[in-house]
Structure formats: structure tokens, C-alpha cells
Design a protein. Sequence first.
Length: 159
Amino acid sequence: MAKFKKKISEPTIDPNNSKKDSVEEISTPTPEIENSEPISDNPSGEPPVSVAEKSEKDKKLNTLFWMRIALAIIAGTAATFLFGGIEGEDRRWASIGFMIVIFFASVIVAKGMKMQLPSSDRKKVVTQAIGSYVFLYLFSWIVSYTLTHLGSTTNAINI
């Protein structure tokens, strides 16, 4: 252990008095440092994931993403034809309910894919592509409804 010398001097009253005369050196030992365990990059305490397992996990999450994208487009288009007989506000709520039911069906399918996800990524089964799903569902529903009812509406502007 290294020892450091600490200089202690008595206080001086006279500003003209030099400190050089009253300086004495006292050596004090430094405290020992505790040995700590190395800090790991994985704070959750889970074993590191191999490259093959990560690749398989990413492949299944990618499959889930594209499955939800395809479901959103298909279900949004189908909602136009399924709920065509319902009028007004009920059609909108029926379509939104249909969107939620199809999404929960995709969650059940995703859980059946047996993805080996760490506990920190368990919510990815539900949250993977949820924003894309909702917006593509609504987009495809609106576009398909607009295209199927294009000729049956009257134009408000007479030219």
C-alpha cells in the first residue's frame, strides 16, 4: 500500500510569518479498497444468449411482425364487406371490435410460436407491430370502403 504524507501546519496569526518554519510531515496510511465483483453488461442476471438463439428469436419476431401486417390489411378490407349492412355509428364500433378480436387472435398465435424470449422481452409478443397493425387496418378499411362506395355517392360540388 502506498503511504501519502500529509502536511500539517499550525495557524499563523502574523501574515508576515512564513509557513516554512512550522511545517511538519505526518504519514497516514490510506484505507484498503474493497474487492468488488466485476459489473456485468446484463443487469437482469440472465445467462447470455448465443448468436443462434438470438437469430432464431429475431426470425420469429420478424415473422410475427409481417403476419400482423398481412392480417391488418386483410382484416381491414374484410371489415368493409362484413359490416356493409350495418349503418351509422354501429358500423364503426363493429369494425373496431373486429380489429381488436383479430389482434388478440394474433397474440394467441404468437404465444403458440414458442418464442424463447428473456423476461425483459416478454411484452414483445403483444407490442410487436401494434402501431403498424392499427394504422394499416384503419387505412385499408378506409380505402376499401371508399373504393367500393365510389360510384354510389353523389358529389356535393356541381360543376
